[in-house]
Design a protein around this ligand. Structure first.
Ligand code: PHE
Length: 339
């Protein structure tokens, strides 16, 4: 190849590279140009270097010098494009430059759900009164959900339409299975497993086919308390609930019992609490019915006990002025972030 032709090719190469590098507008286009011209395997500089072999022997030293100049020019064009792009703060074509002086974006920390916070707090308060936490399954059999609690088959609470029975032929040791409708089931499980004295609370989900509205939801949480010992009276029940309410709501709280009926307590009461001059119903309570003590093998002549079951959503909603319990289940972070 004649020297003149080789030099003309180098000239074209340098001009092409200069154009490509100055057209690069971000890291990606710059890299593409770098590979095209400076690529170690098949870049165009590499080709030009190979082309040296075809130049007439006498012209080789001159051609080699021009090749080195061309290579340096192309490398310089690359370096200046690289500096230009770095100075603009452009990392990708189409992305806005990064402003390193901007303050950082705050990280949003997750937090416990208000009901979980309430449950933890209730455990803590009743723990101070000597109650330990007991647990029971959410899928229960009829014995624990009804029978042992003195709720006979004819009782309206056992209507299949009032409960979530499982659509399965599988049965528990104590009969057909359903989602528990109350945490009172745990009373039975604890007493079946231990001798008195018993002093437990149990917190968890219960299920009833209620239509959701501002005070109902087909799943909600209860806190169950059970104390069985010698000489336990209704006065113990009331003072326990008063201490509990005073600790959760703060000093200005009152407790009121209204006569009621539950098959598993006798006498039975509804528990109302007043805080900032408004009464609201918190749940049910009473003295454990002798039939229940008998069902778990306790001697009702020797032992008496009290039990209570309160709605966790209710106490939480009252304290935080939540007027619609459906808010607890919407997972709207604007609501949840307030707690
Ligand atoms: N289990 C009852 C309910 O769900 C509440 C209750 C618990 C009443 C313990 C008395 C004793 O309504």
């Amino acid at each position: 190849m004649a020297l003149a032709q080789y030099l003309a090719e180098l000239e074209t190469l340098v001009a092409d590279a200069a154009r490509a590098f100055s057209a690069a507008d971000g890291a990606l286009t710059l890299e593409a140009a770098r590979i095209e011209f400076l690529g170690a395997k098949s870049g165009r500089i590499k080709d030009a270097q190979k082309g040296l072999g075809a130049v007439d022997k006498a012209d080789k030293p001159a051609a080699g010098k021009h090749f080195n100049d061309a290579k340096q020019a192309i490398e310089a064009a690359f370096t200046s494009a690289q500096e230009r792009i770095a100075a603009q703060g452009i990392t990708e074509p189409g992305l806005a430059p990064i402003d390193l002086t901007l303050p950082g974006r705050p990280l949003r920390l997750g937090r416990l759900h208000p009901l979980t916070q309430t449950i933890e707090e209730l455990k803590e308060i009743l723990g101070r009164l000597g109650f330990t936490v007991a647990d029971g399954p959410e899928i229960e059999d009829e014995w624990h959900n009804f029978e042992a609690l003195n709720i006979p088959a004819s009782h309206p609470a056992r209507d299949p339409l009032e409960n979530f029975y499982l659509a399965t032929a599988e049965r528990g040791a104590g009969g057909p299975l359903l989602l528990r409708s109350q945490t009172s089931t745990v009373q039975i499980r604890v007493m079946e497993a231990a001798k008195p004295p018993v002093r437990i609370i149990s917190l968890g989900r219960v299920y009833r086919p209620d239509t959701a509205d501002d005070t109902h939801y087909p799943m909600f949480h209860q806190i169950e308390g059970l104390l069985v010992d010698r000489h336990v009276t209704m006065a113990d029940l009331k003072s326990t609930l008063r201490l509990f309410a005073a600790a959760y709501f703060g000093g200005d709280v009152h407790i009121r019992f209204r006569p009621s009926f539950f098959p598993f307590t006798e006498p039975s009461v509804e528990v109302d609490m007043s805080w900032h001059d408004r009464w609201i119903e918190m749940g049910g309570a009473g003295m454990v019915d002798p039939h229940v003590l008998q069902a778990v093998g306790y001697d009702p002549e020797e032992y008496t006990g009290f039990a209570f079951g309160l709605g966790v959503e209710r106490v939480c909603a009252r304290r935080h002025q939540v007027t619609d319990i459906r808010e607890f289940y919407k997972n709207d972070v604007r609501f949840l972030r307030q707690f």
